[in-house]
Write a protein that binds this ligand. Structure first.
Ligand SMILES: [Zn+2]
Length: 418
């Protein structure tokens, strides 16, 4: 990834109008500002600006997964029917998984999730207690034949996901790792600027119970969450399984003598964790020999983070009427440099661009010959955390005007001190 870029060379410049066929904030802003383009319903191309954000999100995810002993692999997207018949999910997932016949008449599918393929590689290489536990993850495109593709990157038919799978020798070991992953996830989301609510949920087509979601509470969400924001409480349930409703007294708080009320909010599910236990591994004959030479079932846990969906959730929760406000950790560039004026002004801006780049700063330099208004409104739309303006006025003061995207006021900073 280059450190810096001149806007004149960027592929995917901002559009003057919002896309008319999109209603979600994330799709409107990301398309208008040139981060993504729509390919078909539920499928979006990631443009250079967008890919920089995806790369930063992925780096955060990788760092935290590696810290909890995850090892990265890359599985195939193409799936043979036979493998998915071992768990009975080929027929169960009909209508949700892309399933088709290839030119030889063989049934193949596109990766919907990867429990079966992961078990298939783990069972050939882990046969003894000495080979376990194993924690494998990948960052890859997933496919879902989603009839209600909408909300931009929130509900897509093709999207990027990080999926981690744990193979352990006991239920206790699975439970312990499940908690470790939960904590790592919290950290991942904090690092990318997302506040998440740890929510009890139904497993859907995955498991009956033992499932949690990480929900970002925001109007643009598709899920409904009942939660309590009492201090230290942490109660939250997805409406799908909720035993409470809005306005109820929080029973958890009541136990400690506190009077709190259950609230209702919309949420975007940016991650989920499942305890499959030994059901699927038994179906697929994945056992290991313990110390006494006895065959025992392996326990499976499965943990997802929506990469493109996280990008959408960040945009849904970090914007104003002018555009996106990227958190520093995932911003495509750190500095948006603008020259207002030509001649000496442009020379000074060029110099700044070269020096900042040499120092390793990530700079998007708007060197176009367009009006100040266009440059400033595009800077607000794209949402890079810091804007630097070089103009006649700032040159007179030997300064650059520095403004944070998240703040109202700008300040003049002496060039010598930069
Ligand atoms: Zn409570």
């Amino acid at each position: 990834m280059q450190n810096s870029l001149r806007y004149t060379k960027l592929f995917g410049k901002s559009l003057r109008e919002s896309p008319a066929d999109e209603t979600s904030i994330n799709a409107k802003l990301l398309i208008k500002s040139g981060f993504i383009s729509k390919h078909m319903a539920g499928a979006f191309n990631i443009l250079p600006l967008g890919l920089r954000v995806i790369a930063k999100i992925s780096t955060i995810v990788r760092e935290e997964m590696n810290k909890i002993d995850g090892q990265e692999v890359l599985m195939t997207v193409l799936q043979p029917k036979e493998l998915w018949e071992e768990t009975g999910r080929w027929s169960k997932l009909k209508g949700a998984m892309y399933q088709m016949k290839d030119s030889s008449g063989k049934d193949v599918g596109l990766g919907f999730t990867h429990e079966e393929p992961m078990i298939s590689i783990a069972r050939t290489r882990a046969q003894s207690y000495k080979d376990l536990p194993i924690y494998l993850y990948q960052i890859q495109s997933k496919f879902r034949d989603e009839p209600r593709a909408r909300s931009g990157l929130i509900r897509g038919r093709e999207f990027m996901m990080k999926d981690l799978y744990s193979f352990t020798t006991s239920k206790a070991e699975l439970d312990k790792y499940y908690e470790v992953v939960g904590k790592a996830y919290k950290k991942v989301y904090e690092r990318m600027g997302l506040n998440t609510v740890y929510t009890e949920a139904a497993g859907g087509v995955f498991t009956k119970d033992n499932t949690h979601e990480f929900q970002v509470l925001t109007e643009g969400g598709e899920d409904t969450i009942f939660y309590c924001d009492g201090k230290g409480c942490g109660f939250a349930e997805n409406k799908e399984i909720a035993r409470v409703s809005s306005g109820d007294k929080c029973q958890k708080c009541a136990k400690t003598g506190h009077d709190e009320t259950i609230k209702e909010a919309r949420g975007i599910e940016v991650g989920n964790i499942f305890r499959f236990g030994d059901v699927m591994t038994k179906q697929m004959g994945f056992t290991f020999k313990d110390k006494d030479g006895q065959d025992k079932p392996v326990f499976l846990g499965s943990y997802g983070i929506g990469i493109t969906r996280s990008m959408a959730a960040i945009v849904e929760t970090h914007n104003d009427e002018k555009g996106i406000i990227w958190p520093e950790s995932v911003a495509p560039f750190q500095i948006h440099l603008i020259n207002i004026g030509e001649g000496k002004v442009k020379d000074e801006a060029n110099k700044n661009f070269e020096e900042l780049t040499k120092e390793g700063k990530e700079v998007l330099y708007d060197d176009r010959e367009v009006s100040a208004g266009v440059k400033l409104s595009d800077a607000d739309l794209i949402g890079i955390p810091e804007r630097w303006v070089v103009s006649e006025k700032t040159l007179k003061e030997n300064s650059v005007e520095v403004k944070k995207r998240s703040e109202k006021d700008s300040k003049l900073v002496k060039i010598s001190s930069l």
